[in-house]
Design a binder for this molecule. Structure first.
Ligand SMILES: Cc1cc2nc3c(=O)[nH]c(=O)nc-3n(C[C@H](O)[C@H](O)[C@H](O)COP(=O)(O)OP(=O)(O)OC[C@H]3O[C@@H](n4cnc5c(N)ncnc54)[C@H](O)[C@@H]3O)c2cc1C
Length: 388
C-alpha cells in the first residue's frame, strides 16, 4: 500500500493525479519548478481551456496504445470529474469542451482549491534534479532539498513553449525516451505573400517525401512566413510524427473545396472578368497569389483554356513546407518516454515498480481540439486508479 506519493511537475497531469490521490486520503507532494503551478494550463485554448473533446477518438493520437485508457477514462468521465470539483462545462459545435466561464483560470483555481481542501502539499520554485530508487521507496533530489515517498509520478510535460526538457531524469533510470519534436504549431513556408492575417476555409493535403500523409478540410490563417490556424496545427502533427528523414514536405491547397474543378472552370469562363477573374471568388490577397501562378496570354478575352488554368490553380496551389514552427509557438511536442516500457493501462513503469509516467512527458500526442489535455487528465486518472 502506497501511503506517500511525490509528483514531479505541477501541470495538468500532475495536478489531476495529485488531486485524485489526495481525495482518497493519500499523502501527496507536488514539486514544481515554476513559482506557480499550471502555467501552461492557463495558456490553453487561447486562455479558455479546451479541456477535452466529446468526439475524440483513438485515431486523433499518434498511437493506438492509448486505447485502453481512453476507453475507461472517456471525455464524459473527465467532464464528471470536473463537475465533482464544481466546474460547469459546455461543448461547442465541434465537440470541444470548455469551462462555462470560458476562462482557464477557473479550472486552475478550482484544482488548487480542492488540493488545499484535501491537504496536498504543493511546493513551487523547486527544480527536480534526480529521481532515485532507494530500497522500496523513491528519493527525489531537488534544488530545494530531498523528498522521499513510496511512489513517484513523473509528470514533467514537454519542452513545447517552456523550453524545459526533463527527460534526462527518466533516462537516468534506464528508460528510453524519444527526443521531443514540436507539433501543433505553424508550418513554415514562403509561398504565399501579402496575405498576413487572412483566413480561408480550404481542403489541404500534405505530402511527405512524395507520399500523402494527411488530407483535411479546415481553416488556415496565413502569415508572412507560415501557414497557421487549426488546419495548419493538425497538419503539423502529421509532420512532427513522421519518424524518417523528411526530404520534402508539400501542402496542396484547394481554395474552393465546395466545387468540382470543371464546374469552377465553367463559372469562371461564363461569369468572370478577364482582368480579375478571382475577384468574386477568393480574398483579394489569396487571389493575387493564385493568379501569379497562372500563365495568361495577352488577349483580353476569357478563353476556355484560361478558365481551366485558373480553376486548376485554385484547386491545387502547391506550398513547400520548411518545417514546424519554433518552441515558442508549439502547443505540444511529439516524443517522450517510450511506451513499450510502460504498462499502458496504468502508466506504471515496467522497469521500476512504484514509478509512473503521465501526460505529455510520454510519447503520446493528440491533434489539437482538446486531445492533449484529455490525455493529461486520463493518464493521471489511470495512474491514480493503479496506486493502491
Ligand atoms: C499555448 C498552448 C495552448 C494549448 N491549448 C490546448 C488546448 O486548448 N487543449 C488541449 O487539449 N491542449 C492544449 N495544449 C496542450 C496542453 O497544454 C498540454 O498537452 C498539457 O498541459 C500537458 O500537461 P502535462 O501535465 O503533461 O505537462 P505541463 O502542463 O507542461 O506540466 C509539466 C509541469 O512540470 C514542470 N516541470 C518540468 N520539469 C520539471 C522539473 N525537473 N522539476 C520540477 N518541475 C518540472 C513544468 O514546469 C510544468 O509546470 C496547449 C498548449 C499550449 C502551450
Amino acid at each position: 500500500m502506497a501511503e506517500s506519493i511525490v509528483i514531479i511537475g505541477g501541470g495538468a497531469s500532475g495536478l489531476m493525479c495529485a488531486l485524485l490521490l489526495a481525495k482518497r486520503g493519500k499523502s501527496v507532494t507536488v514539486l514544481e519548478k515554476n513559482p506557480r503551478v499550471g502555467k501552461k494550463l492557463l495558456a490553453t485554448g487561447n486562455g479558455k481551456c479546451n479541456l477535452t473533446n466529446i468526439n475524440l477518438a483513438v485515431e486523433d493520437y499518434n498511437t493506438v496504445l492509448v486505447k485502453d485508457i481512453l476507453q475507461e477514462f472517456t471525455p464524459q468521465r473527465v467532464i464528471d470529474e470536473f463537475a465533482d470539483m464544481g466546474l460547469l462545462t459546455k461543448a461547442d459545435a465541434e465537440g470541444r469542451v470548455y469551462p462555462y466561464s470560458e476562462s482557464a483560470n477557473t479550472v486552475l483555481n478550482l484544482i488548487i482549491r480542492r488540493l488545499e481542501e484535501y491537504g496536498a502539499r504543493v511546493i513551487c520554485d523547486t527544480l527536480v534534479e534526480q529521481i532515485q530508487p532507494c530500497k522500496d521507496k523513491w528519493k527525489v533530489i531537488t534544488s530545494n532539498g530531498e523528498y522521499t515517498a513510496d511512489v513517484a509520478v513523473f509528470a514533467c510535460g514537454s519542452n513545447a513553449t517552456s523550453g524545459l526538457d526533463s527527460l534526462h531524469l527518466i533516462r537516468a533510470l534506464g528508460h528510453r525516451a524519444d527526443q521531443f519534436r514540436y507539433a501543433i504549431a505553424p508550418l513554415l513556408c514562403e509561398d504565399i505573400k501579402g496575405a498576413n492575417g487572412v483566413r480561408a476555409k480550404v481542403y489541404a493535403t500534405m505530402f511527405i517525401n512524395g507520399k500523402e500523409a494527411m488530407g483535411e478540410r479546415g481553416e488556415f490563417l496565413f502569415k508572412d512566413d507560415a501557414l497557421s490556424g487549426i488546419l495548419a496545427f493538425r497538419l503539423s502533427s502529421a509532420l512532427a510524427r513522421y519518424k524518417g528523414k523528411v526530404e520534402s514536405c508539400k501542402v496542396i491547397i484547394d481554395f474552393v473545396p465546395d466545387m468540382q474543378e470543371e464546374r469552377l472552370a465553367d463559372f469562371i469562363y461564363g461569369n468572370c472578368s478577364v482582368y480579375a477573374p478571382l475577384e468574386g471568388i477568393l480574398h483579394k490577397a489569396i487571389a493575387q497569389n493564385v493568379m501569379a501562378r497562372v500563365r495568361m496570354d495577352r488577349s483580353l478575352i476569357m478563353s476556355r483554356e484560361k478558365a481551366d488554368g485558373i480553376a486548376k490553380a485554385c484547386k491545387a496551389y502547391e506550398v513547400n513546407i520548411r518545417g514546424v514552427g519554433a518552441k515558442a509557438n508549439a502547443q505540444v511536442a511529439c516524443g517522450g518516454v517510450c511506451l513499450d516500457e510502460l504498462d499502458m493501462t496504468s502508466m506504471q513503469s515496467k522497469l521500476h515498480r512504484g514509478l509512473y509516467c503521465i501526460g505529455e512527458s510520454v510519447d503520446v500526442d493528440g491533434l489539437c481540439g482538446g486531445c492533449n489535455l484529455h490525455w493529461a487528465w486520463a493518464s493521471a486518472m489511470a495512474a491514480n486508479k493503479d496506486i493502491k
